[in-house]
Design a protein around this ligand. Structure first.
Ligand code: ACO
Length: 319
């Protein structure tokens, strides 16, 4: 049986940090409200002119260095993003050009905050099948550009960033399995409904969210898809070395970990300093825990995410 395996991770955060205290000075909110409801203390925000592909490039370069892989080895690029640089070409093609790569396949995946899970699951199929030999999988977002910064219900929650992994074929796991789900009947609870038509923005170009509906669905489906990955492979929550969940909200993360029986000290959380970076959140958290020495070769790691669509999913892997 052939598998794909993560051989390097990388990430990048824009320089500018927006703290809760800065938001307090701009809108009617408080550090206490934001921290008690979400666990978020600060988020990074991209500079004017800094594009998703710029963030993706930095994260990709860091992952390729960690993997010891040069650009000419990469034959597949999958980018998960909700905030592409442009309608087309895809951000994956723009990243490919920035990396100086001229061969292989490159495409984007759109599953909002579940994007990296979808992208990793997709690339795994291509690599484990032998069709591609070296894949770059990136989650990158400038979510700050989808926010109405006067809407306190949403703008406090999100941030910008990028994370990446390099995948190669392996005889041993590697990625055990991935489990993807979607239910489009929930599209109205989290969306950016606006789009461009005939040169005009049609509909609301800013993020709209029914926070409580998202919260309830997230806690339910994350537990389901986490259990699905563990049970499918004959593991229990207590077997996990590390749980790396989507970083939307500390209360959602803790509720999911508790339901699965994963001790809090085995949960990687970055939401306090990153906010919710959508498709970038899982690879950012993964890279942080790899670089600070918590996640080590041989560890059993569960990644999971939930986001607009609604979409959700999990990936169980041996690092
Ligand atoms: N500062 C101060 N007050 C606020 C803020 C704010 N930033 N935002 C909302 N409020 C007020 C509301 O106006 C409301 O006041 P009112 O009662 O006078 O009308 C009050 O706080 C309560 O609002 P709720 O929306 O009921 O607050 P809730 O306790 O549900 O918390 C939150 C909101 C944090 C968004 C919560 O519902 C949540 O975490 N939901 C999950 C959403 C999420 O994580 N989304 C991320 C994207 S999806 C994803 O990644 C999975």
């Amino acid at each position: 049986m052939a598998y794909s395996k993560i051989v390097g991770t990388g990430s990048y955060l824009p320089e500018r940090v927006v703290t809760n205290q800065e938001l307090e000075s701009r809108i009617s909110t408080s550090d206490e409200w934001i921290v008690s409801r979400t666990g978020i203390e600060a988020r990074h925000v991209a500079a004017d002119g800094e594009l998703t592909s710029d963030l993706a490039l930095r994260a990709a370069q860091n992952a390729m260095t960690a993997a010891g892989v040069s650009a000419d080895e990469i034959d597949l690029i999958v980018v998960a993003t909700t905030t592409p640089d442009m309608v087309f070409p895809s951000t994956a093609c723009l990243l490919q050009a920035k990396l100086g790569i001229k061969r292989g396949a490159a495409f984007d995946v759109q599953a909002v905050c579940t994007g990296f899970i979808y992208a990793l699951a997709t690339a795994d199929k291509f690599v484990a099948s032998g069709a591609h030999k070296c894949a770059l999988v990136v989650g990158a977002e400038v979510f700050s550009r989808l926010l109405d910064w006067n809407d306190r219900r949403t703008c406090v929650l999100f941030g910008d960033g990028a994370g990446a992994v390099v995948l190669k074929p392996s005889d041993a796991p590697g990625i055990y399995s991935s489990h993807l789900h979607a239910d489009g009947s929930y599209s109205h609870i989290l969306r950016v409904a606006g789009g461009i038509a005939e040169g005009q923005i049609r509909g609301n170009p800013y993020l709209e969210m029914d926070g409580q509906a998202v919260f309830k669905l997230a806690v339910r489906v994350l537990d389901e898809c986490s259990r699905e990955a563990l049970e499918h492979n004959g593991f229990k929550g207590s077997d996990l070395d590390w749980f790396v969940p989507h970083q939307a909200n500390l209360r959602i993360i803790n509720a999911t970990a508790d339901k699965m029986g994963v001790p809090r000290e085995r949960v990687v959380t970055t939401v306090a300093r990153h906010g919710n970076t959508s498709a970038a959140s899982v690879p950012l958290a993964l890279d942080k825990a790899v670089r600070d020495g918590r996640i080590r070769p041989g560890h059993l790691v569960l990644l999971e995410g939930v986001g607009g669509g609604m979409t959700w999913g999990s990936v169980l892997l041996r690092f």
